[in-house]
Design a protein around this ligand. Structure first.
Ligand SMILES: *Cc1c(COP(=O)(O)O)cnc(C)c1O
Length: 373
């Protein structure tokens, strides 16, 4: 691959057509087949404005969601212009409630004390704040524990008495802390709790939000429990991943994002370091495999830009050996003239990214962005 002049590296190339294809695919499954409303999650993209515009223009997206209000605040206006709602995924800090009222249409929340303060804040902002009460169905991250029925009903009673809070629905998050897979029983349990709340308190909940990219597989199997009417999708949209069983969703691609980095050194060296072994730049004791003399390339990208365990060379002759803040070392021994061509200093090496890699690449101010239309 030739170096292109006047280009800045490292760089992520964002293929908007592929990303749109992924969005079409997850929207078709979630909305058309699953009968759910669709919240597309922007946190892994640091709410990239070009991608947000594409999401806002998609007719099947209902909500644009993020864990960080700072990201949401960049697109509240564009979301509203396109008739979409904004949604806050991380249960809010008490210290950010004024921003919730300002930027967030639907707020996931799980602490009654925070809801009381949000009610006050919404009153001051002359707003009725919609909330999604989170229920923990066993993953043990956020939410009222599903067995604490009394606590749930007490909270609902109190919320219903609040003038500036609207209980819009309930939701669950799974496969995050406890790696618990959404199934008909735990999601069915969520629907049961919703029906119980409705019966006991004489209300109708608008939304029962059934989780993230680990729930979408249930639609294709016809196993999404009746009553679940919303999913919040990030990884399945950006990378096409069903995160329950690590399969690829039909009609999606995993290479809408390509990281490019430039080779700054290329030398034959031993594979074993020479001298007493201490710890590396991150305090870890490294392990080396003796591969004899290796052809090693250093690329100018590092842990400040990407997650080394979450990137894969597009050229399958290349292997990642390790790296530090600003450098990654590649084994390019197999890249010979007879075997498809050699690299030289200044050449560009490409990588596909996993979720963690993409998160870092999109968050690092050192990584340039290029959009393919
Ligand atoms: C990040 C997040 C999502 C989206 O998760 P993906 O696995 O990327 O689809 C959904 N809900 C909550 C609460 C989240 O924090």
């Amino acid at each position: 691959m030739a170096n292109k002049e006047n280009c800045m590296y490292p760089k992520v190339i964002i293929d908007m057509a592929k990303l749109k294809q992924n969005l079409d695919a997850v929207a078709e499954t979630t909305v058309d087949k699953g009968g759910c409303s669709l919240a597309i999650v922007t946190k892994v993209l640091c709410a990239d404005s070009t991608v947000v515009e594409m999401i806002a223009n998609h007719p099947k997206v209902n909500l644009i969601a993020d864990s960080r209000i700072k990201n949401i605040s960049t697109y509240t206006d564009i979301a509203h212009e396109h008739g979409k709602k904004t949604m806050l995924l991380r249960i809010p800090m008490i210290s950010e409630l004024s921003d919730v009222v300002r930027y967030v249409d639907l707020c996931q929340i799980s602490e009654i004390e925070t809801i009381r303060l949000l009610n006050q804040e919404a009153h001051q902002g002359d707003k009725v704040q919609k909330i999604l009460l989170m229920i923990d169905m066993g993953d043990l991250r956020e939410g009222f524990f599903f067995k604490d029925k009394e606590l749930i009903h007490e909270a609902v009673s109190e919320i219903l008495g609040m003038e500036n809070i609207e209980l819009y629905g309930i939701g669950v998050n799974l496969t995050c802390y406890g790696a618990i897979i959404p199934k008909p029983d735990n999601l069915g349990g969520l629907v049961e709790i919703a029906r119980e709340i409705e019966g006991k308190h004489g209300i109708q909940l608008q939304m029962i939000s059934g989780g993230n990219s680990s729930s979408i597989y249930l639609i294709d199997r016809g196993e999404l429990p009746e009553g679940i009417n919303n999913l919040r999708l990030g990884e399945s949209f950006v990378l096409g991943n069903d995160t329950a069983y690590e399969t690829k969703l039909p009609g999606t691609t995993d290479d809408a994002f390509i990281l490019e980095a430039e080779i700054v050194e290329l030398k034959s060296k031993p594979s074993l370091p020479i001298g007493d072994v201490g710890v590396d730049a991150f305090g870890q004791k490294p392990y080396y495999e003796d591969r004899g003399i290796m052809q090693r390339a250093i690329i100018a990208v590092g842990k400040q830009d990407v997650d080394i365990d979450s990137m894969t060379p597009v050229d399958n002759r290349v292997e990642i050996m390790g790296g530090s803040s600003d450098h990654i070392i590649l084994d390019v021994t197999k890249c010979t003239e007879e075997n498809g061509g050699e690299y030289k200093v200044g050449d560009i090496v490409q990588f596909t990214l996993g979720y963690g890699g993409l998160l870092k690449v999109m968050t690092s101010p050192y990584v340039e962005k290029e959009y393919l239309k």
